[in-house]
Write a protein that binds this ligand. Sequence first.
Ligand code: HEM
Length: 447
Amino acid sequence: MLTPGTTPGPLGAGGYGNRLAFERDRLGFLLHQRQYGDLVRFDQGMYLVNSPDLAEEVFKHTNTAYVITRDLLGDEVDGGSASADLARWMRARSLAGHGLNRSSVRAAEDRLAATVARHADSWRARGGIDAVPALEDLSAHLISEYCLGPEVGRVPELVARLQDARLPGTVPLPASCRFLRRRRLHRAGRELAREVSRLVERRRTRQDDCPGVLADLLLAACDEGAITHEGAVGIVMSVLFAAHETTAAALAWLFLLLDRQPEVYARMLAEVDGELAGRLPTAADLPRLVFTEAVVKETLRLYPPLWFLERTVDRPTELGGRLLHPGQQVFVSPFVLHRDPRHYDRPTEFRPDRWIDRPAGAPLPKYAFMPFGGGQRICLGAHFGTVAMVVATATVVGRHRLRLAVGSAPAFGTDSSVLQPRGLRLDVGAREQVPCSAAAGPRPLGR
Ligand code: HEM
């Protein structure tokens, strides 16, 4: 049990040593500090959580003892447990959550594959892609259609522009740079809001045969006086923003992993061909794409897009035997928890079968697998995100072969809150013309 004042830290918890070590190798640092225990003091005001049980404590008490003080764009917000911002967001969350869980989700899921196929065919025509931006564009289209229906106007393009303008979450910048970037960010945000607003309003007179999308539900809530039009626009923007970068990063890792593991690729291809026989997947196919779903899950385990989650202590609270004070910060890293040898056999290996053959009677602790977070602030798109990944993977693999481009040496991108294989370039070729045996390319990423 840890007691006040004795919490160990890797390089002594008081000074800058840990910060320097963290800046040198963020993921390596986090993995290394696991040896110091379940709750590690990073510096005077910051703690790292290394056990699923303590993570559960933090997530169970988020919105009360712990709060989130950044919005989805990385801006500081008053997330205090008694704040109006939090109350407003929780109401918005509940409305969007209904939208994301209703029966029309199924119809939206059925439309996903056609959009993926269109994008994948254009990649093939180009011969290759810069994986992260191309997959962000795909994800932005998928989520825009999901929120707004088939008419998405300039939304995907404006999401990309806002993304570009965003302040990197963890890199400190001089004040003058911060000001300029913030101005760009707000301008891009306003432009996106205008376009979303126009498209939400257009849903009132829609001609398409598309069953209700999130915007329709929000318009109904506006008519009942439950939210304002601006509130509805804000919800769509939050969902767009939370969804596109995470889903894209996860897919980029997945295609990299498939390239590295020809036997996994071959099994997935056999499943996709066997179950779909050349047609596009629909929601009804998902229960049979068992191996594909295991590949998605194993990708999210090894490379969880949100690699660390941040909470601020809002009231004096005890965690793992230590008294935490308001203003202190607690970090939970899904990346670290997902690689804990106490919970995973050969944790650094990519083994999708671990999700299929898991022995009965050995359940994972709830927070040993948490790519979508947990508690009251769990990801709103956990279901949709998983479905989108399975459909996108099955669609792409069924049509084309994605291979690491010669000379591409992806590196861990950890300078924002989303973990990406930065610099990943993929050749996109015809399935038949790319033999599996040629799969051994450079293996740039060590972890
Ligand atoms: C593979 C894809 C995705 C991953 C790995 C992911 C992961 C996460 C995680 C870990 C959180 C919690 C952050 C925290 O606790 O601080 C979160 C929040 C959120 N996610 Fe996702 N997400 C994904 C896709 C999506 C999609 C597709 C949507 C919408 C359709 C979505 C909407 C949201 C929203 C709105 C929040 C904020 C919840 C809140 O603060 O109350 N995400 N996501």
